[in-house]
Design a protein around this ligand. Structure first.
Ligand code: PAF
Length: 255
């Protein structure tokens, strides 16, 4: 497995792959890899001649006061996971080299303004900018994204279509802990109490989903979800209810 740090080095490798007519699967990540990332790599491995993983904590998608500095990092463990998963190359650029005197950003209308975009106004601009750079550098045949970041997946898919990248964007199922919590690098931030409480989000959404299938109306759906969360006294977190209220409204709109 090659470990590559600069865009110039990558270009040489990609040129060779393209000359040989190989299909390229890209798994973009911010590192601290877990079973969710491994499942993206496995999917990419199945359908492409070569697989590349980018590991880059992308500064442009973090707003002021967010966790850019403290975002969990463990490069050696990440390299080992990639090697064992049969990755051909890992790209880990240096932020200064990657973004030297950068002035150009990619943004999307509408889709960025709700859910995560409401509290993280520059987040999706940073995501689309880094992905545009990675897509231009690697020219992948396919790129793989987890459904955990549902808004990100939809935004990337739309941008790729709008900007004619000609890349297949492949969604992959959410990987969960045994108690239903979606696996995420940021789960390490949870205190013991929060970790115990967190699966309520999944349980509440599952209840909502079952209610939708039975034809329940939007107002009742929100109540079912709120009741599930409020029933868990240790969470006691009204912001979770607000997030789920937003989500359930979206789900109802889409039906
Ligand atoms: O989902 C992530 O880890 C990041 O947003 C991504 C897609 C790697 C872009 O930095």
């Amino acid at each position: 497995m090659k470990i590559v740090k600069t865009v110039d080095e990558v270009r040489v490798i990609v040129k060779e792959w393209k000359k040989e007519g190989l299909t390229v699967g890209l798994v973009p990540t911010m590192g601290f890899l877990h079973a969710g990332h491994k499942s993206l790599i496995d999917e990419a491995r199945k359908n492409n001649d070569v697989v590349i993983v980018s590991i880059f904590v992308n500064p442009t998608q973090f707003g002021p006061g967010e966790d850019y500095e403290s975002y969990p990092r463990d490069e050696e463990r990440d390299f080992k996971l990639c090697e064992e998963a049969g990755v051909d190359a890992v790209f880990t650029p240096d932020p200064e080299e990657f973004y030297q005197n950068h002035k150009t950003y990619v943004t999307i209308e509408d889709l960025k303004d709700n859910l995560c975009g409401k509290t993280r106004p520059i987040h999706f601009r940073g995501v689309l900018t880094v992905l545009t750079k990675l897509f231009n550098i690697f020219r992948p045949t396919r790129a793989y994204f987890g459904r955990k970041d549902a808004q990100q997946f939809l935004i990337v898919k739309k941008a790729v279509k709008d900007l004619n990248f000609g890349i297949e964007i492949v969604p992959c199922p959410i990987k969960r802990e045994d108690d239903g919590l979606a696996i995420s690098s940021r789960n390490v931030y949870l205190s013991d109490e929060e970790r115990k409480a967190a699966p309520v989000l999944h349980r509440a959404l599952e209840k909502g989903k079952a209610a939708i299938k039975k034809g329940m109306k939007a107002e009742d759906l929100i109540k079912i979800i709120e009741d599930e969360i409020n029933g868990q006294s240790s969470l006691g977190n009204s912001s979770a209810v607000i997030i789920l209220r937003n989500l359930s409204v979206k789900v109802v709109f889409r039906l």
